[in-house]
Design a protein around this ligand. Structure first.
Ligand code: NAD
Length: 443
């Protein structure tokens, strides 16, 4: 089997590399020539733990190659995985132009029967439209099949998730049963539970999964906000809820909301998908609203404890939307940086990995530090936005030592209130009582 992958982003690159690691021959194609040039020199254009080593290993073994030439990519392909972006448009719906471009390119260049496997997250009905486009554009003597195979990997642990995922979903219409068997065989060695369904259900499973996870996050964040007002502690409350097996402990960490390239766009797209069939998805609308408010919460708290932010030096610790990735798309840090600058503060940011990406998206006045201590030195307040291990491992006493006024606003609950008391910092976190430096507090 010759496998081609369209798109060498977070999903395409992991898909291509992991398929090669499983012994397949894979060629990855991208329209961004600089990405392909870097990959041809064995450098990964994205940060994903373990990925670059796996790329190098499989290139050396002759199983993995990269090309910016669509003929080389699709001419010999038996299977093409679609992993191009489906970003959100102004109205929240998914932009399918990259999918359409890729489909046209496959149709133009295919020289064999081909199975198209859609990994990109696409609205319900898109795979059917892909089939219609392909039928119209392909050479008449060749056959195509279309399989929906939504991706569930998490950035930061994508390779682990490929090999040890919870499930593999394969959707297709009845006429493509042969193609389903071929795709299922590819995945078989992984031993991951596989479910087969129709195209629309497979597409819906992906959106419904992300919507449910986003709902869990907004739910626990609202509970945390109430905890602050009634004197309860979110850590105990979340633990107590999570002990119920019907609920489970995962995705109950209160914080300043979800970000990244998936939850924000997929929740909005699902609201649109529902709207298209005259169904108002009110629950999900509320989840989105709660998340938007939650991302702004730390700045409001800062004004309460620091006072006017004009002219203040604020350290922003963590820029990636979550640890172990360089992805800053829809990150809370971006919302916070813009707000702080709007308030007239000077923002000095630190992130162990995501600074290069941040520089492309953040306001130009943001300054960047090479180390945590450099960011917090002389600062009037420090915001913790991403729970990188390096940040979590920095004792609060270090903040006390280096800041002008030791006010730490922790959007990820990285520290215990006890440590804050011992370290004599003012410590404001989510869903817990504030700890005020210099104020003697009893339990
Ligand atoms: N990032 C995640 O964690 C994740 C997880 C599950 C699903 N998804 C979905 O997978 C899809 C890809 O996401 P991503 O994060 O990898 O996106 P990305 O932006 O990192 O990568 C997309 C890549 O596609 C390339 N591209 C655009 N048009 C192309 C074309 N015509 N031919 C070939 N390449 C083309 C772009 O240049 C880019 O390199 C999206 O639909 C996303 O919703 C993402």
């Amino acid at each position: 089997m010759n496998i081609a992958v369209a798109g060498t982003g977070y999903v395409g690159l992991v898909t291509g590399t992991c398929l090669a690691e499983m012994g397949q021959t894979v060629v990855c194609f991208d329209v961004q020539k600089e990405k392909i040039a870097a990959l041809q020199q064995r450098r990964s254009p994205i940060y994903e733990p373990g990925l670059e080593q796996l790329i190098q290993k499989n290139m050396s073994a002759g199983r993995l190659s990269f090309t910016a030439d669509e003929k080389k990519a699709y001419g010999e392909a038996d299977i093409v995985f679609l992993a191009v972006g489906t970003p959100e448009q102004e109205d929240g719906s998914a932009n399918l132009t990259y999918i359409e471009e890729a489909v046209r390119s496959i149709a133009r260049n295919m020289e064999k029967d081909v199975i198209i496997v859609t990994k990109s997250t696409v609205p319900v009905g898109t795979n059917e439209r892909i089939r219609q486009m392909m039928e119209r554009l392909k050479p008449p003597f060749l056959r195509i099949s279309v399989v929906s195979n939504p991706e569930f990997l998490r950035e930061g642990s994508a390779i682990h998730d490929w090999f040890y995922g919870d499930r593999i979903v394969i959707g297709a219409s009845k006429e493509d049963e042969e193609a389903v068997a071929v795709v299922a065989k590819l995945y078989e060695p992984l031993g991951i539970p596989m479910m087969k369904t129709d195209l629309a259900s497979a597409e819906m499973i992906k959106y419904a999964s992300n919507a449910f996870l986003a709902t869990k996050i907004s739910f626990i964040n609202e509970i945390a906000n109430i905890c602050e007002k009634v004197g309860a502690t979110i850590d105990d409350v979340a633990y107590g809820i999570g002990l119920d097996k019907r609920i489970g402990p995962q995705f109950l960490q209160a914080g300043i909301g979800y970000g990244g390239s998936c939850f924000p766009k997929d929740t909005k797209a699902l609201v649109q998908i529902a709207g298209n069939v005259q169904h108002r998805f009110e629950l999900l609308e509320a989840v989105i609203q709660v998340n938007n408010k939650q991302q702004s919460m730390l700045v409001e708290k800062a004004k309460q404890y620091v006072g006017c932010l004009r002219g203040k030096k604020i350290a922003l610790l963590g820029l990636a939307f979550k640890p172990n990735t360089d992805d800053v798309r829809e990150a809370a840090s971006l919302v916070i940086a813009n707000q702080l600058i709007g308030e007239g503060a000077t923002v000095v940011a630190y992130d162990p990995i995501a600074v290069d990406n941040a520089k492309k998206h953040f306001p130009p006045s943001v300054q960047y530090a090479d180390a945590i201590i450099e960011a917090i030195r002389g600062a009037d307040a420090a915001f913790i936005v991403t729970e990188w291990d390096e940040i979590k491992r920095t004792p609060l006493s270090v903040f006390r030592e280096h800041m002008r006024t030791p006010i730490v606003l922790d959007g990820r609950n990285c520290y215990s209130p006890e440590e804050a008391r011992r370290s004599h910092v003012t410590y404001i976190s989510i869903g817990r009582a504030p700890v005020l430096a210099g104020v003697y507090q009893t339990e």
